[in-house]
Design a protein. Structure first.
Length: 133
């Protein structure tokens, strides 16, 4: 039964694999997943805090996740059936630093008077403080 359920999740006709993926935590706003052996940069609007600018978050979280997807330090999505695993522990911080830096650059490209944008920027800056030297 579990195998049938898993194969249904990976049905060939799924045009948007990101919409089929359920993040393991409600705090996960984006992630790179694998679907039919290909990586996809996903964002999860259902987890966005209320009042934050969803369309800007979609764009900038995509920038963050695309940075991961294209990062040679990450484990490649080769013949995979689940989400992309992270890079080796010695490169994880650098990979996250690069992704948060790209995301911050994206977010700062918008007008600071957009409701909720400054909260979103502060959350990105917290990631930079955590992962960047």
């Amino acid at each position: 039964a579990d195998r049938q359920k898993a194969s249904a999740w990976y049905a060939e006709e799924d045009a948007d694999p990101c919409s089929s993926y359920q993040p393991t935590k409600s705090t996960i706003l984006g992630h790179v997943i694998c679907y039919n052996g290909r990586p996809y940069a996903c964002s999860f609007p259902q987890n966005y805090p209320a009042g934050w600018p969803a369309s800007i978050m979609d764009t900038c979280i995509a920038v963050h996740e695309e940075t991961h997807k294209n990062d040679s330090r990450r484990t490649p999505c080769f013949m995979c059936k689940t989400y992309v695993s992270g890079g080796p522990p010695n490169t994880l911080d650098a990979a996250e630093c690069d992704a948060y830096t790209a995301e911050l650059e994206c977010a700062k490209g918008y007008s600071s008077d957009i409701p909720g944008l400054n909260d979103f920027i502060r959350s990105i800056e917290a990631g930079i403080l955590r992962f960047c030297p």
